[in-house]
Design a protein around this ligand. Structure first.
Ligand code: ARG
Length: 577
């Protein structure tokens, strides 16, 4: 454990328990960064109110301070009862040295490993993959990377929208225009146009409508020819999704596809079991679960419909089958659903119904990681100027084009320049998605995400590329640096103290499913590094050998933290910019 805040929490707890009794061993000592010291502990004030003899908060603080006499640093009581805590340089240097000696930069491996099922991306094949799915894809992938790094078993589940009544009409349209033309259109990402053309005929052409309806029936009955056509449609669509995944450097593969269609065979049993156990009841011909606590605007219990009155199954039925599969077959400890926040009610009801059915033991936590809506610069749902939804490959290409135009001309050859443009363009889009909290709305703005200053992808990429260039210019291989780290200048101390927080941030990102915390940490790290680099020469002539060795180690450790952090976010880290 290197994180000073956690170390202090632990130490102050022990002091609390020793001074006031074992029941305080779990109390939160309220350690916070301080203006007057490295940290302050605010616990004395609230604790004084809870103690039977109502001591003065300052006396409580003093009792804690007395028990921290051997603490590596100074502890002072101030004001009404704050504890101001300053760590010793030697302690910080020692912790930083340990972190430097560890290829994982102090990030622990969680034991026992948990199985974390992550449901993310999940575009719908009957429509174009849209910009909202960009965000569920990017955030979900970062969470998968973080959990894998922490040593958890990650099972990615791409819950594609690949089934339902529109497929009757889509298959008939595919037959009308011919397979090769249909495949070409779908692979090019024109799923929306394809869908709209089918829809148009469905609404205006009675024979087409009849054919589409019959096709739904033959598809559902498992007719081999129809299934083949469905595969033709799906494979072409998936090739387009894969093009986007590979542009983005997202870790999803075909093996992670677990679309709605995968659950078809389980739906009848899902309904039958729920009905048999009395969890589901018939209401106006439909089979419904009424989880307690959910009411509509009329105060009537809200139904989760699992079989419509015409016998059809829906989105909720599939999700109930999926939850059962994930708990029972995949052995999930945690299930993360990285999905738009407009589906919050759906997931609450599905989770509640699964608990009623006994399919979701208390030990398993399903979590809806709510994704906020993507807005255009006009503050409305993101669209092109002409109002259609935006084709994602075009959007990503534009990011790369803009990055190509923005990066400084340093005389790189074409291939290098192209590589940097791709890294910066994709890095900018991804980082912009990750750096704001996942549930807040977010304005898609190329100028802002590509800016070289502020908490942006390009800034973070530049920060790590600059450290690499320090090593290149000094003719030093970061891997050959040994330290030891010795702290003198305030900027060295501040940088080292900052770096010590890395392991705890990674753990916290995994626990809370909040990648923006890692972005904020990396940004603070890059800022601390900039101050350090401006005030502390590293490879200049005249820097004493031991100072140089220590500063090189600080550079190498910063580089490792930034590189690891960006890798966990899925943001590429180019060698030079
Ligand atoms: N395909 C759905 C959509 O685009 C998202 C699916 C999310 N996952 C789930 N298990 N329901 O809205």
């Amino acid at each position: 454990m290197t994180d000073p805040q956690l170390v202090l929490t632990e130490r102050v707890r022990l002091a609390l328990a020793d001074a006031f009794g074992a029941e305080f061993a779990d109390a939160d000592p309220l350690i916070r960064p301080s203006q007057f010291a490295d940290f302050q502990a605010n616990v004395a004030m609230s604790l004084a109110r809870r103690l039977p003899d109502r001591p003065k908060p300052r006396d409580v603080a003093q009792a804690i301070a007395d028990r921290l006499a051997d603490f590596p640093g100074t502890v002072e009581v101030s004001g009404p009862g704050f504890l101001n805590i300053t760590l010793s340089d030697a302690w910080i240097a020692e912790q930083a040295g340990q972190m430097f000696g560890d290829p994982r930069a102090g990030v622990p491996t969680i034991t026992p490993a948990a199985t974390v099922v992550i449901d993310y991306s999940a575009p719908n094949a009957a429509k174009e993959m849209h910009v909202g799915h960009l965000r569920t894809t990017i955030v979900g992938d970062a969470l998968a990377r973080v959990h894998e790094h922490l040593g958890n078993r990650v099972v990615r589940q791409n819950h594609l929208g690949d089934w339902g009544t529109p497929f009757g009409m889509l298959i008939e349209h595919l037959l009308d225009i011919g397979e090769p033309a249909a495949v070409a259109q779908l692979e090019a990402g024109e799923g929306t146009e394809f869908y709209q053309a089918a829809r148009q005929k469905f609404e205006t052409d009675e024979t087409f409508k009849r054919r589409a309806r019959e096709r739904v029936t033959t598809l559902q009955s498992g007719d081999p020819d129809t299934l083949r056509l469905w595969h033709v449609f799906m494979n072409a669509t998936i090739r387009y999704f894969n093009k986007i995944y590979s542009m983005l450097g997202v870790t999803l593969t075909d093996a992670d596809i677990a679309g709605e269609s995968m659950y078809n065979d389980m739906l009848a049993k899902t309904c039958a079991d729920l009905e048999a156990s009395g969890v589901a009841v018939l209401s106006e011909g439909a089979l419904c679960v009424f989880p307690p606590g959910f009411t509509g605007s009329d105060d009537k219990p809200l139904p989760l419909i699992i079989r419509k009155s015409d016998g059809g199954y829906g989105y909720a039925t599939t999700d109930l089958a999926a939850i059962r599969y994930r708990v029972h077959d995949l052995k999930a400890d945690r299930i993360l659903y990285v999905v738009g926040n407009d589906q919050a009610l759906h997931f609450q009801m599905v989770f509640a119904a699964a608990r009623m059915a006994g399919w979701l033991p208390d030990s398993v936590s399903p979590e809806h990681i709510q994704i906020g809506m993507m807005l255009g610069k006009d503050g409305r749902r993101f669209k092109t100027r002409s109002g259609e939804s935006v084709k994602l490959t075009d959007l990503l290409d534009e990011a790369i084009d803009r990055a190509r135009a923005a990066i400084a001309d340093r005389g790189y050859d074409d291939a290098t320049r192209e590589e940097i443009a791709r890294a910066v363009g994709m890095g900018a889009v991804k980082y912009a998605d990750l750096s704001v909290s996942h549930d807040s709305e977010y304005v898609f703005d190329f100028d802002r995400m590509l800016a070289l200053t502020g908490n942006t992808g390009p800034y973070m990429q530049y920060a790590q590329a600059r450290i690499r260039s320090i090593f290149r210019r000094g003719g030093v291989d970061p891997a050959s640096v040994t330290g030891p780290i010795v702290l003198g200048e305030p900027a060295e101390r501040a940088l080292a103290l900052q770096l010590l927080g890395f392991p705890a941030v990674v753990e916290r990102v995994g626990e809370a499913a909040e990648p923006h915390r890692l972005c904020a940490f990396l940004f603070d790290t890059a800022t601390a590094f900039t101050t350090f680099f401006e005030t502390c020469p590293v490879v200049k002539d005249g820097v004493p050998a031991d100072t140089r060795a220590s500063r090189l180690a600080l550079c190498a450790l910063t580089l490792r933290v930034l590189e690891t952090g960006l890798h966990l976010l899925g943001v590429p880290a180019p060698d030079r910019m």
